[in-house]
Design a binder for this molecule. Sequence first.
Ligand code: 3PG
Length: 210
Amino acid sequence: RTAELDSICHKAEVIPVITIERIEDAVPLGRALVEGGLSVLEITLRTDCALEAIKRMKKELTGASIGVGTVLTPAQYRQAEEVGADFVVTPGATEALYRYGIESPVPMLPGVSTVSELMTGWQYGYRRFKFFPAESSGGAKALKAFGGPIPGAQFCPTGGITVDNAESYLSLPNVMCVGGSWLTPSKLVEAEDWDGIRKLAQEVAERFHR
Ligand code: 3PG
């Protein structure tokens, strides 16, 4: 599981966290990001069309890794499996999710924001986590401190990450990538400005390339 998540997360320093409002945006938006150089995407289950969007993106965006985010329950985890998710991301983690994730063929990146939560996930055998909400949970300083007691855990921080603070996380030894919604500004998406999205992705991919 850990190796599988590593191979996905190391494909991109930055993972766009995408909420699809209009189903017809899914494929062109995803394609713009992938063409710009960001080939790992997280689609949140926050809208009615999310599952259909993921299905279409899986079919059309060959070479991309598609994660399903905002998974709150094992039932949603199952839905993510059914639409072909490459990985599952949760904002926090429950015992039910941890147990489900161990048995699932699709790896999970559980969300944690404290050392206690991290210890629970660690006990279940998880080694890769989402740090959420990163900026309001102590930011890069907190994450750096997590590396003291549990140096083997690696994180994808999200929540309040921007082009200006991404580097403060990416420079930490326990950060594998960062995520966020800043790659899909609603102004560009609403205007269907796929060229604008592609350029933004390109700038970000070049700037944070390691
Ligand atoms: C997430 O689920 O990871 C967040 O909604 C992304 O946070 P952001 O909108 O602050 O980037």
